[in-house]
Design a protein around this ligand. Structure first.
Ligand SMILES: Nc1ncnc2c1ncn2[C@@H]1O[C@H](COP(=O)(O)OP(=O)(O)OP(=O)(O)O)[C@@H](O)[C@H]1O
Length: 247
């Protein structure tokens, strides 16, 4: 099956360092793919290459049949690719609803920005998204007073306001309590019924809860791709990653 996202023979060199080395992977529409691997494996660089923050030295990123590698970050975002970074960048003085409204406005033309406040579609979308990320009861709360987990969910919501086809999340449960991690798993398991997701994650317990497919990177290359059960049985993966003491 052709994936919604295809990465082919990706290469990224920083001077003499080959950080991404002949890396290929594919993500099927409507699935959640976890990108895992030891520190320095190249996960963040891969996300940067997908979203256009970095340009590959060679190789291709293909999104819905079009080659997007080489395009600018805003152009790639406009095609329907949304990314949530690990460090939240919410507006702390604004309410949850206002943060979502700002995120909606960012998507579109200056003219629509002007009118978004009065736009019933924006209001409707805020309600839909708040429901998706479990913040329906928190819309009037000032964002700076949210818990760490709620802040992360708000940021996922802000990316969702732009209705991306493919959502990329960088370590969404870092620093969360057990309860918050369980709720995040619920949110993502619902979300993957509507979206395709790539999640970079270190927490293998969480990966087990959410992943349809797991891609393991090691030293900039693909080590293994499969279900969590297949990955956990793979001796090469156990050797370089799961078997290490710090994971
Ligand atoms: N701008 C850069 N210049 C030189 N080397 C870089 C640059 N960015 C990343 N690297 C190197 O590329 C390798 C991969 O880094 P990357 O951050 O992609 O790994 P990662 O898998 O995301 O690691 P972690 O899990 O620790 O976040 C590392 O060895 C890193 O030092």
């Amino acid at each position: 099956m052709v994936g919604v996202l295809e990465i082919k023979n990706l290469q990224k060199n920083f001077d003499a360092a080959k950080v991404i080395n002949d890396f290929s992977m594919s993500v099927v529409e409507g699935t959640l793919c976890c990108l895992v691997g030891p520190n320095g494996a190249g996960k963040t660089t891969t996300m940067d290459l997908i979203t256009g923050r970095l340009k590959p030295t060679s190789g291709e990123v293909i999104f819905r049949g079009d080659v997007i590698s080489g395009q600018t970050e805003p152009d790639i975002a406009r095609r329907g690719l949304g990314r949530k970074f690990q460090i939240p960048s919410i507006f702390k003085e604004l309410t949850v609803a206002q943060n979502l409204e700002v995120a909606y406005s960012l998507e579109v033309s200056a003219l629509r920005n002007l009118f978004s406040f009065f736009n019933p579609k924006c209001e409707e979308r805020i309600d839909e998204v708040a429901e998706m990320v479990g913040l329906s009861q928190r819309l009037e709360i000032v964002a700076g007073t949210l818990s760490h987990g709620e802040t992360q969910w708000l940021e996922i919501g802000m990316v969702l306001m732009q209705d991306p086809t493919l959502l990329l999340l960088d370590e969404p449960v870092a620093g969360m309590t057990e309860q918050e991690i369980a709720k995040t798993a619920e949110i993502l398991n619902e979300l993957k019924k509507k979206k395709t997701l790539i999640v970079v994650e270190h927490d293998m317990g969480f990966v087990r809860e959410i992943a349809d497919e797991v891609v393991v990177m090691h030293m900039g290359s693909l080590l293994a791709q499969g279900t969590i059960e297949e990955i956990e049985k793979d001796q090469r993966v156990r050797d370089v990653y799961l078997g290490t003491e710090d994971h």
